[in-house]
Design a protein around this ligand. Structure first.
Ligand code: ATP
Length: 342
């Protein structure tokens, strides 16, 4: 009903889940479509780091209040390093339930794609069983792939260079994919700015505590085995803190040298973040090429406005959110409404 006011949402069609359904060889495209529609509904928000996935997820979850968010960022699965890994702070979640966000102890080691498939699969079923609709949000495409394919082969990695297995488009759920895309040149500029903002908001203190060489002497396991050892920021600042331990203990010497080493670590973090974004976009294109029906939303213009923003100018902020609403949120709402009504 096109005249339905925005606070009256179509009821989600997800039925209590009896687990994901298996493919049983439909013959015609119509049968294939019908079989797909009988599966549990899942909205997936994909995109490179920094492209605005969390923002869009909240924009949608506040308009359609039956969504619950399941995290698919491999570093945000673990407790700790909240600023460094860019976890959405609790007040910013606006009361929307978030699952698998900081729930696991990083000292228990890395999640495998197969383990992620199992825990995220359970989270999705439990949301569906409560007649809510799950929304998967996060940038780890190998985990997203492992979770969504009908038949997952443990140990296989479709993104590994030279790996011949093709991406399967037979999926466990009735999926609707939104891909927030930002041109790499604009995203790079934004990501460098974001690293500076993260440092201003306490990333250095967080890393100082995490990477402190003294702390590691007490307990060897602190950084060498933790799943967070690979989070961007950790290797770069571990090297820095070895030379210049936190809180001015030792490492005295030339202040200029220290400044240079700090700037080098920050530069590495920026480079590695931009490299990550580039690889993530390549992986998304690979999935699209493999037949995943990704609806691309171009957020480049909105991000151009963000990078031009000076914190003192309120109009700049308004300008970016107006473009974001028009070019990203509005088309997403249209796609989601149609998906929910199917
Ligand atoms: P891979 O093929 O490496 O498994 P992926 O797509 O599964 O890639 P990504 O999420 O792209 O996983 O993460 C790859 C690497 O990028 C991580 O091991 C980590 O070094 C870094 N990384 C990813 N997400 C974050 C984050 N939120 N914070 C910090 N570093 C991150």
């Amino acid at each position: 009903c096109p005249t339905t006011p925005s606070h009256h949402h179509p009821l989600p069609h997800n039925k209590p889940s009896r687990g994901a359904h298996m493919a049983s060889g439909p013959t015609t495209p119509r049968q294939q479509q019908q079989q797909q529609q009988r599966k549990d509904k899942l909205l997936i928000i994909m995109g490179a780091t920094g492209a605005g996935k969390s923002r869009l997820s909240l924009d949608l979850a506040t308009r359609f209040p039956f969504f619950e968010i399941v995290n698919s960022d491999k570093m945000q699965l673990y407790a700790g390093l909240d600023i460094t890994t860019n976890k959405l702070p609790i007040p910013d979640r606006l009361g929307v339930p978030h699952h698998l966000l900081g729930e696991f102890d990083p000292r228990h080691g890395d999640f495998t794609p197969g383990q992620f498939r199992a825990v995220a699969g359970q989270a999705i079923s439990s949301i569906t069983n409560r007649r809510k609709v799950p929304m998967l949000v996060g940038g780890s495409n190998s985990f997203i792939h492992a979770l969504l394919v009908d038949r997952f082969e443990p140990g296989s990695n479709v993104f590994e260079p030279g790996f011949n297995a093709s991406v399967s488009s037979e999926l466990r759920y009735n999926c609707c994919f939104l891909w927030v895309d930002v041109s790499l040149a604009v995203l790079t500029e934004y990501l460098c700015k974001r690293v500076d903002e993260m440092l201003d908001s306490g990333m250095l203190d967080e890393l100082a505590e995490f990477c402190d060489p003294d702390r590691q002497d007490e307990d060897e396991s602190t950084t060498s085995q933790t799943a967070l050892r690979k989070a961007i920021g950790v290797p770069e600042f571990t090297r820095y803190f070895k030379r210049y331990p936190p809180q001015g203990r030792g490492g005295e010497g030339d202040d200029r040298e220290r400044r240079k080493a700090y700037e080098e670590a920050v530069r590495e973090i920026k480079d590695n973040t931009c490299q990550l974004a580039k690889r993530q976009i390549e992986k998304i294109l690979r999935l699209k090429g493999g037949g995943w029906d990704l609806q691309r939303l171009d957020a480049t213009e909105a991000f151009r406005a963000v990078v031009a923003t000076t914190s003192s100018d309120e109009d700049d902020g308004k300008r970016w959110s107006e473009i974001w609403e028009r070019q990203v949120v509005k088309p997403s709402v249209k796609v989601v409404k149609q998906f929910l009504e199917e």
